[in-house]
Design a protein around this ligand. Structure first.
Ligand code: NI
Length: 181
């Protein structure tokens, strides 16, 4: 359908709480999902949330087979997740580098639950219930945060572990792992 422009940090729309989807199998929702996938592919992202393209609905997509931006990460199944709910399965959190298409060119360390269960609805309104660990769990938590107006920069573990990707790579801090979007 269309590649949409991604809102960048500073746009107040990224800070709004998104609204639940109540109608499924309607052209507007199907077009939104197509646009999200087109935009994520064009930006080589690992995930994208509707508010990032200026649509205040509780819709996220994520997943990839082999993402050139994150060559060390395991594949994550391509998923449309609507009206999501996340439940941590363990108290354990782990730190990892994240990036965001709304904060281009930068990465920061964020602590996320390592084991989660997430539920919600797919593109047709059918229930989804999945358990996830590691990078998969991180991507889901990052994307769902967007629905509550939260950008990863609000969750940095340490403001010193945040910077331009290029500088972090040049100084050997980043490696190539662990970055949603
Ligand atoms: Ni993001």
């Amino acid at each position: 359908m269309a590649i949409r422009s991604v809102l960048r940090l500073g746009d107040p729309r990224l800070l709004q709480i998104a609204t639940e989807v109540s109608e499924f199998n309607v052209p507007d929702l199907d077009a939104l999902i197509e646009d999200l996938f087109d935009t994520m592919a064009a930006e080589e992202g690992a995930g994208l949330a509707a508010p990032q393209i200026g649509v205040g609905l509780r819709v996220v997509i994520f997943g990839f087979d082999n993402n050139p931006r994150y060559p060390d990460n395991e594949a994550v199944p391509k998923t449309v997740l609507i009206n999501p709910k996340i439940t941590p399965l363990l108290k354990e959190k782990e730190e990892g580098w994240e990036g965001c298409l709304s904060v281009p060119g930068m990465r920061g360390v964020v602590s996320r639950y390592s084991h989660i269960r997430y539920s919600g609805l797919d593109a047709t309104g059918t229930a989804i219930d999945v358990t996830a660990t590691g990078f998969h769990a991180r991507v889901v938590q990052h994307e769902c945060d967007h629905l509550d107006g939260i950008i990863y920069t609000q969750r940095l573990s340490d403001a010193k572990k945040f910077g331009f990707t290029e500088e972090l790579l040049n100084s050997g801090q980043l490696g190539s792992a662990g970055c949603p979007e």
